[in-house]
Design a protein around this ligand. Sequence first.
Ligand SMILES: *Cc1c(COP(=O)(O)O)cnc(C)c1O
Length: 433
Amino acid sequence: MKYYSTNNPEHRVGLSEAVIKGLAPDQGLYMPETIPVLSTELIQKLPEMSFREIGYAVIGALFSEDLSQSQIKELVDHTLVFDAPVVKVEEDVYSLELFHGPTLAFKDFGARFCSKLMSLLLAGSEKKVRVLVATSGDTGSAVANGFLGVEGVEVIILFPKGKVSQLQEKQFTTLGQNITALEVDGVFDDCQRMVKEAFLDPELNQSLLLTSANSINIARWIPQALYYFYAWSRLPKTGKKIVFSVPSGNFGNLGAGILAQRMGLPIDYFVAATNVNKVVPDYLSGECFLAKPSIQTISNSMDVGNPSNFSRLIALFGGDESLLREKVKGYFYDDSETVGAIQKVKALGYVLDPHGAVGYLGLKDFMKENPGFVGVFLETAHPGKFHEVVEEALGLQLELPDRLAQFLKGKKNVLSLGKDFGDFKEFLKKLEA
Ligand SMILES: *Cc1c(COP(=O)(O)O)cnc(C)c1O
């Protein structure tokens, strides 16, 4: 399979290059040049298959030209080590719980797949890969835990000192092994700038193999399609039309759902649900796409003013923007509406996190306007991950899941760094190739 750049369909590369480079040289996103369609017989059999069996079939359809059967199995088995249950919240409304992984958010799926794929593609190569990540919290924890102990890959995380919540910080500063955390005396933008400069530095790139693992990488993007297949297969067969509502920031997760649909999964509609960072809902309602500075909200993993996967959404509809606007409906909510949803759904016996709450609201509004659907919203994080917000909304104390509580006990181990690129470069130069 070749992968083309969304900025230039003539620019095509193989799987290794797409994964190791992450972004095309023209800054476009890589997309598979053909999207394989699964047979109707296979789709009908999904309800009898396990999550991993579904994984072998879907990943096999996309990667079998580039990977052996046993590599595909290894990749899927490494990724799907936790479940993604579909939980009924009320009549015709289901929560797809994507938070049962090590860092309690859906990014665990992509990070685990990405790390394993990189190590498979680099097996036998002399060079060690260094994954450089700038994080304001969530990405660092998912990538660090996803890459922990993976051979041939070392992760270097830059985070702004004092700007990351203690719980998030502990999830990537206490691991050791192949994970190094650098505490930068600056803000997130300094971390991001230092990482970008490192990728552009000829001297460093001559001796070291540097790569990124952010959400634009196909190795993080594609595996997210798996849980759409799985969730669809576990819904009761009512004959009703099906809609998935995706709480979105950079729109990788929603794009992966559309990829699943393109591969033959019978999903009828998607809801793009956001907080007040509503660039995409505005676009879907007919306005031009206009990136804006991000606004801080209580669903802060979706505080994105310039969604990085947007060009993928258009590519998935073959450039037909009116079809995109017809099949994907946008909704946005402010913080008080989000809190209201957390309270309302608690009365139904289910605890939402602020991101899932936005997804729930979008789903309900879509279903009000379009009766007769069964709907699924993606619950992208465990409510305990955002316990301050949820506890304040509900006026009660949440019990932290064991995995989170364990992180808090770990000992923080970081190297301190100024915000000059020169200091970071010195650090990198001391690493062996
Ligand atoms: C990253 C994240 C999102 C947004 O996902 P995108 O793929 O960027 O749209 C939503 N919820 C949570 C909890 C996240 O961590």
